[in-house]
Design a protein around this ligand. Structure first.
Ligand code: FEO
Ligand code: CA
Ligand code: CA
Length: 740
């Protein structure tokens, strides 16, 4: 996200917030445990590359309502070469730039109808009824195959449901005059709330073999910021979930700021709530009506107030009137009850979870899986499933200096559950009972998963005063602080290498990382070793880990409490200092900044890397790169020697070559490239373009030549010239797999 268009001058981009004031250690406090990295890790680059071409190891996730065999590995055509395409150059062009031999087209743009009878989108700010239109600010996206008869079919390449997130909104382009100041008109708020959440949309190949939306599909569904849903898992019914809407604390409304997402092994969407906190207004003086404990939690998640200072809301929805759907955005004590059943003082506690949706049933209940913790969830990835062992789900908390988490199911994996008819019951089984862990990255290349339990002495003894396990799932960051979790450079998407089982997680950037920190800044450490100054457009500068990196780790088993890690790749400009910035030796065909989306193809095994950048956008729009990673430990220890005598030793993977990392796509101007899914045969990928042209101002709405982007109309899609978030479909002209 890159929120420049919020309707308040006092709102800060939540991605940039650092609410972590814990004193958790960094690696300067950890004794050097010896550098014999290769004794800890297995394999070699050559071995890993050879193995990439072996059949994928995914198991137990094939079939549909009628159990079917697992998808057969797709054998490369004899002439196929992964990364055989010519790299796309960096560009500021306001278009889809793909390699020679590839085609890109647009579907499912913001506002497109999702039901018969919904008027065509005019794209002039007069459109309404977004509960039956595609939402805004597309993000994570998943592919759910459909058979010709309309049942789940994981092998279908021709018909599917795309389930995607709508992270936030670009209000300027949604309203005729760019949106009204506070107090906000209810008509505008209704549009904005409906533009959030999730879209499930059917797509199918037309007679020409090209994917198009099925507007009247009975599967089409919008879940919005006001959709009623269940609070499930171990915190269900907690006193902090009691609201006027749900006096017994079992239900709430809306899923907010859905960022990345994931797909379960049983055919459901596991979506996320990332920067939800800032949607809520909290009044000045509210702290006097709360316990010290709750005030500490509000502060740790960015809603601190004082007697004279309120916590402003992102879009001012609470100002639209006294109606229940507006009042709920005020998370202050306004009622007289002792339990919160007459107001929305607890509404804020009902957000921040992983959320499960069954896309194959448009009327299915939506469940917030509280056991997976409450924080700024980026996405979720299952480790490779092992029959008879617990399932592991990996997750990052995307704010500066936040943590990496793991959920381990109490139940052992039964592959038959992959094809169960009642998919949400399978979710109940594996996602409502289990253990939640947080990661510590040690300097020597090992790591620890620390279980977050109320009986852990560090948590039981924390000043916060945890009293029951359910509180761990609500105030998760505070429990993680207490056990000394490692502060990371904004953990974004995580995914599992489909053959090695190693986890790759992007650390997008961190403007508060420093060599010599002051105040709330954090010190460079082995897993977050870079801090430097970058000059933007020859003028302004940025400091910290400006360009981001990708950490890689491996558990010996799903329930392992230790792991090994290294840094797979460092972002940076090709011309940057090779000893402190461009450590991975990126060339002009590979250089990138701020990795965010990261998805492995289950067909080709390629690692797709997407950027959400603000540091290199004077040179290039955000992009999609294709990579063939090696394996944990295929590189070596590298020491960064900073001025002032400070040095940091990290564990770096083998540097990429022209054959293992290549820029594949550059998006339109002023966008983020995010979310990726594919047909099972790997011949079509779907990616999302979020907020193209979000630098467009209300004052310029009358002059399209002043929009910072006119995408996708500029590539021939849709009415009007206002920029719109949309999905891009990419195929290879010769019918081959994408990325070859
Ligand atoms: Fe929504 Fe973490 O990017
Ligand atoms: Ca981001
Ligand atoms: Ca993201």
């Amino acid at each position: 996200m890159n929120a420049r268009t919020d309707l308040t001058s006092t709102f800060t981009d939540p991605d940039d917030l650092d609410n972590n004031r814990s004193a958790n250690p960094h690696f300067q406090d950890v004794l050097n445990a010896g550098m014999s990295r290769r004794n800890l890790l297995r394999g070699s680059a050559g071995g890993a590359l050879a193995a990439m071409f072996a059949p994928l190891a995914l198991s137990g996730c094939g079939g549909g309502d009628n159990p079917a065999p697992a998808p057969a590995p797709v054998s490369p055509a004899p002439t196929e070469t992964l990364l055989g395409f010519t790299a796309v150059a960096k560009t500021l062009a306001d278009t889809n730039t793909v390699p020679a031999g590839y085609s890109a087209s647009v579907i499912l743009a913001c506002g497109d109808p999702l039901a018969a009878g919904v008027p065509a989108y005019k794209n002039d700010g007069t459109d309404t009824g977004y509960d039956k239109r595609v939402g805004d600010c597309h993000d994570g996206i998943q592919y759910f195959g459909l058979s010709a008869s309309g049942t789940r079919d994981d092998n279908s390449n021709a018909r599917a449901l795309l389930a995607m997130n709508h992270e936030y909104i670009t209000p300027v382009v949604l309203h005729v005059n760019g949106g009204s100041p506070r107090p906000r008109p209810a008509s505008e708020v209704d549009i904005e709330v409906d533009c959030h959440g999730i879209t499930v949309a059917e797509v199918a190949k037309d007679a020409a073999g090209k994917f198009a939306a099925v507007v009247s599909s009975p599967f089409n569904r919008r879940i919005t910021g006001s959709t009623a849903m269940e609070l499930s898992g171990p915190a269900r019914g907690h006193a902090l979930f009691v609201t006027k809407f749900s006096p017994n604390g079992t239900r709430t409304r809306g899923t907010m700021n859905n960022c990345g997402n994931g797909k379960t092994l049983w055919g459901t969407l596991l979506t996320t709530e990332e920067n939800w906190s800032g949607y809520y207004f909290r009044a000045a003086g509210d702290q006097a009506q709360r316990s010290a404990k709750l005030n500490a939690s509000f502060a740790r998640y960015g809603r601190n107030v004082t007697a004279t200072s309120a916590a402003n809301s992102r879009y001012g929805w609470e100002t639209a009137g006294t109606g229940d759907l507006y009042a709920r955005w005020n998370t202050s004590v306004v009622g007289t009850s002792t339990d919160g059943s007459d107001d929305y003082r607890h509404e804020w506690f009902c957000q921040g979870f992983m959320v499960e949706v069954d896309p194959y049933n448009a009327t299915s209940v939506v469940k917030k899986r509280t056991g997976l913790g409450r924080f700024a969830h980026e996405n979720s990835a299952f480790g490779l499933p092992v029959a008879g062992k617990p399932l592991a789900v990996y997750m990052g908390c995307d704010s500066q200096n936040e943590y990496v988490y793991k959920w381990v199911s109490a139940e052992n994996w039964n592959p038959a559950d992959a094809n169960a008819a009642d998919r949400l019951a399978v979710g109940d089984k594996y996602l409502d009972r289990g253990k939640l862990y947080v990661a510590k990255f040690n300097e020597n290349g090992t790591g620890e998963w620390v279980e977050l339990t109320v009986t852990n002495p560090a948590i039981a003894g924390a000043a916060f005063g945890f009293t029951d396990q359910a509180e761990i799932y609500i105030h998760t960051r505070i429990a993680a602080d207490a056990v000394g979790a490692t502060k990371m450079d904004r953990p974004e998407w995580v995914d599992v290498h489909p053959r090695t089982g190693e986890l790759y997680i992007t650390m997008t950037n961190n403007s508060s990382r420093r060599v010599a920190p002051t105040g709330t800044q954090t010190r460079v450490d082995a897993a977050n070793p870079r801090a430097y100054v970058d000059v933007f457009a020859g003028q302004s500068t940025a400091s910290g880990n400006v360009n981001g990196h990708i950490v890689r780790f491996k558990d010996a088993s799903p329930e392992a409490t230790s792991f090994n890690w290294d840094v797979y790749l460092f972002g940076g400009e090709a011309g940057a200092d090779p000893k402190l910035v461009n450590l991975s030796g990126l060339t002009a065909d590979q250089d990138f900044s701020s990795p965010d989306g990261l998805v492995f193809s289950r067909s080709t095994g390629l690692c797709w890397i997407q950027t959400d950048d603000g540091a290199y956008v004077d040179v290039t729009n955000c992009m999609l790169l294709a990579a063939i990673p090696g394996q944990l430990g295929d590189g070596s220890a590298v020491t960064l020697s900073y001025s002032g005598g400070v040095s940091v030793t990290t564990r770096m993977g083998a540097k990429p070559t022209a054959a293992t990392l290549k820029r594949f796509y550059v998006g339109p101007y002023d966008c983020e490239v995010t979310g990726l899914c594919e047909t099972p045969d790997g011949k079509t990928i779907f990616i999302n373009i979020q907020h193209p042209g979000d630098g467009t101002t209300a004052a310029n709405l009358g002059d399209p030549s002043k929009y910072t982007s006119q995408w996708p109309s500029i590539v021939g899609y849709g009415a009007g010239k206002r920029p719109r978030s949309a999905t891009v479909v990419i195929t290879k002209n010769d019918g081959g797999r994408v990325g070859t």
